[in-house]
Design a protein around this ligand. Structure first.
Ligand SMILES: Cc1cc2nc3c(=O)[nH]c(=O)nc-3n(C[C@H](O)[C@H](O)[C@H](O)COP(=O)(O)OP(=O)(O)OC[C@H]3O[C@@H](n4cnc5c(N)ncnc54)[C@H](O)[C@@H]3O)c2cc1C
Length: 410
């Protein structure tokens, strides 16, 4: 570990360099503070994704591919099973692999009102207080797209809409004819010439805006921030306030101190570290006298929909993440979430897979020979209709106390 990092007088130590930690480090260093970022994974530089992050098996292989080293064990209704949490562990965190769709929250996502009651009674900060920060984030992330035509408070986006393919335009026209309100998806990318559309994988051109390209690198460019990669924070030492953090790097253990600390280890890494930071003062884990740390873990449900763009588009296999709609975002007094294109196509194999899934859940499932027969309608659909564009309906989960994270002993 470089000696100057250990002895420097840091204003802030930021743990984790995903979107949360990267952006905190950027803003704090821009405001003139000295910032040390600590990251468990490596800085993979501007390399494109090699192995898919989940296919590497040993902890070392997973970490070198930018994935969290250990898979998670999940327990659902009393049954345990291994789960790949799809968590990134690298400079940039999970956002190195994210799809870069950053949509605006609506007022009722944050505030409670009689017309649109909030399921938890509302956030402790209001939408109005957060609005300037949403606007700042949209600039940092270079967000382009169109405003939602159903948004009563629509403000322009910092960057203009992109040119759409004819297929996307046809889908938009078709949705409008059905009385729906599509708009161009809000994307965090600069769409530079030669953009490879790395939505779901690492971008080698700093075109996609993620925790590294929009956060860590601009922070370092300020001259006031440094990143120490391959450094795991193993515990936070604290009485009534934090006194030091314990780290491990290349087998060496050491402690670091700063005037303030930002814990941005992600939805699983943050509570795991707090729960592991036990002491006489905090026997149940740091900040956990309430038994709330690690609870209220939220997920989202995804329902995949295939849309065929219609005649004249059979050859268009370009993958674009470009269409969103919020017609059922809040409908009939209920929140249903948004629908957006996934940037994926579906052909014969995907259609067959979906039909087999439906068959396996149906009353006909014991008639196995019929299952083989599904190949015929699937092939006909793929031939007649051409590739479908996949859309996803995303419904946010509620913070149930029993959905919780517990750290293992590692
Ligand atoms: C395939 C995929 C696509 C997605 N697409 C979208 C999308 O289009 N739009 C969207 O809004 N969201 C999307 N998401 C979700 C989004 O990527 C995450 O919500 C977001 O990146 C989380 O950022 P974070 O900073 O909170 O955590 P993370 O990105 O998980 O960062 C936490 C970092 O902290 C490090 N860390 C943790 N613990 C320690 C420790 N003890 N010591 C040192 N370092 C530590 C980790 O290694 C990691 O790098 C997607 C996710 C996936 C997997």
């Amino acid at each position: 570990m470089p000696e100057d990092i250990r002895t420097a007088d840091w204003d802030v130590i930021v743990i984790g360099t995903g979107i949360g930690g990267g952006m905190a480090a950027r803003r704090l260093s821009e405001l003139g503070l000295s910032v040390l970022m600590l990251e468990k994974g490596a800085d993979l530089g501007d390399t494109p994704s090699g192995l898919p992050m989940n296919s590497a098996n040993s902890p070392e292989e997973r970490l070198s591919a930018g994935a969290w080293p250990q898979p998670i064990t999940a327990e659902l209704d009393g049954t345990s099973f291994p789960l790949d949490g799809m968590i990134g562990a690298a400079v940039g965190g999970t956002s190195l692999y994210y799809a870069a769709t950053l949509e605006r929250p609506e007022r009722h996502d944050i505030d409670h009102s009689n017309e649109r009651p909030h399921p938890t009674g509302g956030w402790p900060v209001s939408h109005k207080e957060l609005a300037p920060y949403f606007a700042m984030a949209e600039k940092y992330f270079h967000i382009s797209g169109e405003t939602d035509p159903l948004d009563p408070e629509a403000a322009p986006l910092p960057y203009p809409p992109r040119a759409l393919s004819q297929t996307d335009q046809n889908i938009i026209d078709g949705l409008r004819r059905e009385g729906l309100h599509p708009y161009q998806t809000h994307m965090a990318a600069r769409f530079i010439p030669g953009c490879e559309g790395c939505f779901g994988r690492r971008c080698p051109k700093r075109c996609k805006m993620d925790g590294r390209s929009a956060g860590v690198l601009p922070a370092i460019e300020s001259g006031r921030a440094t990143v120490l990669d391959r450094c795991t924070v193993t515990a936070i030492e604290a009485g009534d306030s934090v006194t030091a953090i314990r780290c491990e790097r290349d087998g060496e253990e050491f402690t670091l101190t700063a005037r303030a600390y930002v814990l941005a280890g992600g939805g699983l890494g943050t509570p795991a570290l707090l729960l592991r930071s036990r002491s006489e003062h905090w026997p149940e884990g740091l900040g956990n006298r309430s038994d709330l740390v690690g609870r209220n873990l939220m997920f989202h449900l995804s329902e995949i929909i295939a849309l065929w763009p219609g005649k004249g588009n059979k050859g268009d296999t370009a993958e674009s993440r470009s269409i969103s709609l919020r017609d059922v975002y809040y409908a009939q007094g209920t929140r249903f979430g948004l629908i957006q294109s996934m940037g994926l196509n579906a052909g014969y194999g995907e259609v067959l897979y979906a039909m087999q899934g439906r068959f396996d859940r149906s009353a006909l499932r014991r008639l196995r020979p019929l299952r083989h027969g599904l190949r015929i309608p699937a092939r006909m659909a793929a031939k007649l209709l051409g590739p479908a564009k996949l859309f996803v309906g995303v419904l946010e989960d509620l913070p149930y106390a029993e959905n919780r994270l517990l750290p293992d002993r590692a």
